[in-house]
Design a protein around this ligand. Sequence first.
Ligand SMILES: [Zn+2]
Length: 435
Amino acid sequence: MNILKGIFNLKKIFTLVLCIIFIGLNAQKKFTIVLDAGHGGKDTGTKTYYSDLGMVNEKDVTLAVTLKLGKLLEQNKDIKVIYTRTADVYPTLGDRTDLANRVKASLFISLHCNGAGARKAPYGTETFVQGPDQNDTNLEVAKRENDVIYLDSEDRKKFSSYDPKSPESLIALKLQQSKYLEASLLFGSYVEDNFVNNDHRLSRGVKQKNLHVLRLNAMPSVLIEMGFISNPTEAHYLASENGQNEIAKSIYEAIIKYKNVVEKKETRNSSFNSANNTPTKPKEQPLKNDYRVLLMSTPERFNTNDVALKGLNYIFVMKENDLYKYYYGTTNLASIRDNNVKTAKGAGFRNAVAIGFMPNQSLANGYYTLELIVTEKKLGSDSFILNLLNGVKRTKKHGKFYYTYGNFKKIEDAIDTMKTLSKKGINNIVIEKVE
Ligand SMILES: [Zn+2]
């Protein structure tokens, strides 16, 4: 019987491999989602024993929710679902990310459960996206989810040389972040919103964390911690049919919302390129104002790639009354504005708020200028900036030298000049409003 079973399993594996190859060739046309049920096989994940439930294993909960979520998604004709596992087996972390990259997935979702050891109190959901570690409180998650890699010799080979603190890793991390962070944050915020609004769960938020299973993915990716197995109430919820169905439905609805937003953006972009494009949906009316999301206001001058800005792109800095105001994104569409606020909040800027800017408005009093650089030492005659530009103004304040350039009535003119200068190699320019 065992031999027969073995042959049957081999056949199943062979078919699965063929399917994956076939899917790989056809994946580009559809919205492809890779569902990754965390842990599996010899790796149980976190676990807690309850007298009425028996042992609640993370690997079983992740698989059950994955299969339920997959069933919902498969009802959509324009969505392709690919599973890293559909049984109690352990694919290596390398297998999981390789698969996602090979099929050129649009979205990668890794499902997990939290555990707090013997502590019963902690509960709630949280979603992680790849990014710089914000603080040490997430360290336990990284440790637990990353520890898995040492179970497998293949993983050990792949990850042993990886040092998150090495400059190369930081560069790789930065590249990955800038490319997929915004989309991952947006999707993560939809998931957490649904857990709160649909299922009345406690959300611990969308967080950035350096996790291997996300790091190697070349697509927007999230890791969802669906609740704490160490908390008795949540363990019962996670182990129940009803709880698993609710979680699957909330993630499903987040996927559909995210897919609609992403595809809307793509149609909008393509309508700029194609002259005889006939849009099927009514176009969103642009607003009178341009909107930028204010992240923070501080006397500190950060470069736009500083970790303080949590890896967000499209940063716009404006100085007013000695305060630097950091803004994220620019749009005149309400839907994109609202998504930008979500993305900013997801990145950790809890008080992010959209601010309207009236376009092409001339300042009645005062002017805009470009703050090129702030230095402790006076720039020498060999300075790149001073050699490139005529009419750079220098002022000394609080022991620092401020170099500014130009005088503009409209913010748009200041931005145009800023763009020209950045093409010439002067970056991290701040627009200063002088009144
Ligand atoms: Zn896990």
